[in-house]
Each structure stands twice: as C-alpha cells, then as structure tokens.
Design a protein around this ligand. Sequence first.
Ligand SMILES: [Zn+2]
Ligand SMILES: [Zn+2]
Length: 268
Amino acid sequence: MAGSFIDSVRGIMRQAVRFLLPADCAACGLPLSDSPIPHFCVGCWNSIVPITSSRCARCDYPFLSPAATSHAPAHRCQSCRKHPPSYTKAWTLYPYRSPLREALHLFKYQGKVSLAAPLADLITDRLPQFESLDVIVPVPLHIDRLREREFNQSLLLADRIGRHLGLPVSCTDLIRHRSSPTQISLKRKERLKNLCGAFAVPHPRAVAGKRILVIDDVFTTGATINECAKALRKAGSSDVFALTLGRTMDAGHVPDRLVQRRDGRPPS
Ligand SMILES: [Zn+2]
Ligand SMILES: [Zn+2]
C-alpha cells in the first residue's frame, strides 16, 4: 500500500517535471507528453511484446518451428540435452531488443531506477505458474560492481516480484565472491570460464531443502543463471528455477510471428 502511494506521488512529480522540462522518448525521440512510463512513450512501451513461440522445456529457448514441441511438450533444445543445466526450469519473457534494450541500459548503466517499477510490471504481467517456492534470490553483483553501480538491478526487480508473490527475497543467501569483467562482449566459452566458481552460498543451512527462484534482468547464454543454480544446489537447496525479463536472440530468430502484442492482438 505504501509502495503504491509512493509510486503515485512519484508519477505526479514526474508529470510536473516534464511540464517544466519537456523530455523525449529514449527509443523513438518523440516528446513524452503524458506517458506514465519514465523515459518512454506509451507507443514504444506497448511495443514490448512477450515471446509466445514453442520453447525448450528446460531453458525456454524459443524454437523457430512449433513442430519441435507439438508432439512432445517436454522437448529440450540441443544445448540442454548436451549439457543439462543445474536449474530445473528457466522462464525468459521478452526478446531483448529495442525498446526493452534501451530501457534496461538506462536502468542498469545510467542509474534510472525509476524504471524498476515498469520493468517489474512487465514481469508480473507474465508470471508463469509456479509451484510452491520458498524464497526469491536475485543474481548478486560483486561488491566492487555494487559500489560502482550503487544498486543491484536484479534485486530491485526481485523485491517487487517478491511483494507481488508474497515471498521473501534474500540478497544474502547467494554472493558473488569473484569479480569478473562484464559478460556482454564475451563468447560462450569465455563466459563459462569467466563465471566458473564466481558464486558461493555463505550459509548452506539457510538454503538447505528450499525451492528457490533466481531473478536476473537478461538471459544471454544462461551461464550466469546456471552458475547461481549450481552453487545453490551444491549447498543443498532443492529445485532452483530462474526468471529473467529479457532474452538475447539473433534478430533473424525473432520473426514477428514469435511475438504478440501485450493486448493479445497480433503485431500490426
Ligand atoms: Zn517512443
Ligand atoms: Zn534448452
């Protein structure tokens, strides 16, 4: 209740600031006018559409053809068959492309934390059916990165999802004890090497037997989520699930038929 009141006050203040200092949409450059979303016009924000194609039952990788799962809904992608991940199931909700890409960039790298609420809303709008969960754990940042950025974007999202689901959020059950360069420019092998052993569970009894949902902003190769799940399982947790807002995909792998408008209508 207090959170929604604060969000309303922030919304009113944002409108007042826009009246005095007009701003443009970070994606299309048009004036924001009365958009309720910080930094984005309503048209651009509504163009963030979920992935709806048939997907890998384990890592949520979108298949180009629905034939992959039409007779075998539990079909897994080649990568999951070859290297089964440590997590039980991952959900990746939206293609990581414009304007979601710009929004996450502003949120993460330019400190626009006012985007936490609308980005978390994108997640809570599309929450999968979870069976019982005990705790939500955001992918942790190393302390050096946290000092530099001053916040953990995954924790800001996890906090809102936890409130929505009525579940506790822990930022102490899993820590990143090894600093590593940003993953974004690395290839798959380099990512795996970079992340190996980067996460640790300081108090294994805190996670023992628990069903855990790990939250991150973007799923690229899944290496980060997998290393988190590996550390939690090694410490004695029960199933680990993963939920990420965006999924990187080749542009050619995201034909419009794979997505639908958030209002349920097909893309125009
Ligand atoms: Zn726009
Ligand atoms: Zn897979």
